[in-house]
Ligand binder design. Structure first.
Ligand code: URQ
Ligand code: ZN
Ligand code: ZN
Length: 492
């Protein structure tokens, strides 16, 4: 299938220029002005639109078994919804139980994901430590293209990793050339606050944010940064939701540490008032962790994205329908945590980010695609419009208006966190591996067409290397003591 995308404004993280893109064999074959359409090629009109790299959502949980139930969105329906919104790749999570083998869990998730309609990859969570985990991290990194390992610092009694696990796993990741990532909330504090609130008779969804105040995220972010720093390891903090964690990341980056922050589109525009809604089901539908915050945190997150202190955007797409959320009717800690978002992330970021002047179109591409590709080492195959890259691209109509609603979305969930929102900016056409899978409202996602994408590890750097690297840095102060001079300037 050869497709020529003609007459658009080619917009990458670095540059914008009018031009055409020729795709064939699943790859980008040519980028330039006035390209000829080969015989038999399909021509897609991109007049008045941008041509951008397909969105990458580095944080999803399709059909996740969690809190006694299974997320309603599966790998086929969820990736299809993503394609309708301009997202052409997801990085989902393999989450083994504490007694499980990460490698066995990886194979289980691979089986589930085989139905995906777009390309996918996996972060693998480390939820306990043993010689077997140490060994299997190596197998996953060397034989299965896993270059990122996740650590939940929350969810005590379930998948929470304590500092001992973080230290061992971050060290192993560094040795392998993989990046550790964290869900940064102090799980012990959350557990304590949950028990206290229930004891006081606060059992409704309003208890959820009260049990996870901003300081709980700020402390955990600082702690994860410290642990990574003493080991010389990089760090990626998922779903940053507070000004405290944003500031911790900014301080770390200013000190030269390789720390990255991810922001969910939901946390940028939805605030904590949702938990005080009189409708229990509405409030419960918004229960996710970290919780939605007050508006000044949203300003800090936008500032983090505009300044480059926060790098990527995601959705943490983890769907539970009303009957599933009702498991927590008597006790908010039993409400399955998670909200949807994969279909609307890019429209929400364009409408509230680019149209308001917070972001340029190039920064929009960076935070929705290119940064994730670079951090997780799949650039320029993904996240670029370079010749030879996968033909994952979107004809983005910057002025197309959309009314967001669960009644019209493609997500397999009975709730939309942006319900009723009017947005400008949406995908007119989406190509996935060179196939036209979304075109002017017609979704042509193919079950099983998605491929697993290997993510190679970076050059391994042992701790010794890290120390030597640090010592080899130019020393600002001369090694020899500076001779003291007398007031007249003669040598002492
Ligand atoms: O914590 C996560 O990222 C998973 C379990 C999804 N749920 C959520 O509330 N974010
Ligand atoms: Zn999380
Ligand atoms: Zn998550």
């Amino acid at each position: 299938m050869t497709i020529l995308i003609r007459g658009g404004t080619i917009t990458t993280a670095e540059h914008s220029a009018r031009g055409d893109v020729l795709c064939g064999g699943g790859k980008i074959l040519a980028v330039g002005k006035s390209l000829e359409a080969p015989t038999g090629a399909e021509v897609v009109d991109a007049e008045g639109a941008l041509v951008i790299p397909g969105g990458i959502d580095p944080h999803t949980h399709m059909e996740l078994p969690f809190m006694g139930t299974v997320a309603s969105e599966d790998f086929y329906s969820g990736t299809s919804a993503g394609l309708a919104g301009g997202t052409t790749m997801i990085i989902d999570f393999v989450i083994p139980g504490r007694e499980d083998s990460p490698l066995d869990a990886y194979h289980t998730w691979r089986g589930w994901a085989a139905k995906a309609a777009s390309d996918y990859s996996f972060h693998v969570a480390i939820t306990s430590w043993s010689d077997r985990v140490h060994e299997e991290m190596g197998v996953l990194a060397h034989e299965h293209g896993v270059n990122s390992f996740k650590h939940f610092m929350a969810y005590k009694g379930a998948i929470m990793a304590d500092d001992g696990v973080l230290l061992k796993s971050f060290s192993r990741a560094l040795e392998l050339g993989a990046i550790p990532t964290v869900h940064a909330e102090n799980g012990e504090a959350v557990y304590h606050l949950q028990r206290s609130l229930l004891a006081e008779g606060i059992a409704g969804p309003e208890g959820h944010p009260l049990s996870r105040p901003p300081a709980v995220e700020g402390e955990a972010a600082e702690r994860a940064i410290t642990i990574a720093n003493v080991l010389g390891a990089p760090l990626y903090i998922v779903h940053v939701s507070t000004e405290e964690a944003t500031a911790a990341i900014a301080r770390a980056r200013a000190a030269g540490l390789r720390v990255f922050g991810e922001v969910l589109a939901q946390h940028l525009v939805v605030d904590e008032s949702v938990y005080r809604n009189a409708d229990w089901a509405y409030a419960a539908a918004h229960v996710m962790s970290p919780p939605f915050r007050s508006k000044h945190h949203q300003q800090a997150l936008w500032a983090g994205l505009s300044s480059g202190q926060l790098q990527t955007t995601a959705t943490d797409h983890c769907c539970f329908c009303a009957p599933q959320k009702a498991r927590g009717l008597e006790n908010f800690t039993a409400i399955p945590n998670g909200t949807p978002g994969i279909e609307d992330r890019m429209s929400v970021l364009w409408h509230h980010g680019v149209r308001t002047g917070r972001l340029t179109p190039n920064e929009f591409v960076r935070i929705t695609s290119t940064a994730a590709a670079q951090i997780f080492n799949i650039y320029p195959r993904k996240g670029s419009l370079s010749v030879g890259a996968d033909a994952d691209l979107v004809v983005w109509d910057p002025s197309a208006r959309r009314h967001i609603s669960a009644s019209t979305h493609h997500q397999k969930v009975d709730f939309n966190v942006y319900e009723g929102m009017e947005v400008e900016g949406s995908a007119r056409h989406t190509l996935s591996a060179g196939r036209l899978v979304w075109t002017e409202g017609d979704l042509r996602a193919e079950r099983g067409a998605g491929r697993y994408i290997d993510r190679p590890c970076f050059a391994p750097m042992t701790r010794a290397n890290a120390i030597r690297h640090a010592l080899e840095q130019p020393v600002a102060v001369p090694r020899e003591p500076v001779p003291m001079t007398t007031p007249k300037g003669s040598r002492a």
